[in-house]
Design a protein around this ligand. Structure first.
Ligand code: TYD
Length: 139
């Protein structure tokens, strides 16, 4: 699917435990300007419901599991993030919804830009219109 791809992160270590380094433009396709994490999400709560005009992000569920639904305008996929070595890259103009947060899950997000509400598209209809223009221009 365009602007979305799972990224497997190679872990280092063995019996002594695991470690995963994440390096700008090395094992992820952008440079990180911001990191945030989401936790303590009540059972049944859903988050996201927006896309971004420019932002690139990498999502990793570093504890527990979460389901992520991604939508361009013509494509839709669902990913289960249930391991610290499973990353999900989400680029611009992709609508995302996060659901089924397991108890005590922690979703870590790395982002290519600082926070600005200007970059958000929070209306699904508007997203579908803009995504259609964005992806059709690419073809
Ligand atoms: P939002 O991105 O909508 O969260 P989610 O997609 O997980 O549902 O952000 C929730 C609130 O937090 C919103 O009011 C904006 C604010 N926020 C920041 O102030 N800085 C940030 O870096 C992020 C990601 C959100």
């Amino acid at each position: 699917m365009r602007n979305v791809r799972p990224i497997f992160l190679n872990r280092i270590g063995d019996k002594e435990g695991y470690l995963i380094p994440i390096e700008n433009n090395k094992n992820i396709p952008f440079a990180i300007k911001r990191v945030y994490y989401i936790w303590n999400v009540p059972k049944g709560e859903e988050r996201g419901f927006h896309s971004h005009k420019k932002l690139e992000q990498l999502l990793i569920c570093i504890h527990g599991s979460v389901k992520v639904k991604v939508v361009t305008f013509s494509e839709e996929e669902e990913y289960l993030l249930d391991s610290p070595d499973k990353g999900l890259y989400i680029g611009p103009m992709v609508w995302r919804e996060m659901m089924d947060f397991s108890e005590e899950s922690v979703l870590l997000v790395m982002a290519s830009e600082l926070y600005t509400e200007e970059d958000y598209i929070r209306n699904k209809k508007q997203h579908l219109n803009l995504a259609k223009k964005y992806f059709c221009k690419e073809e």
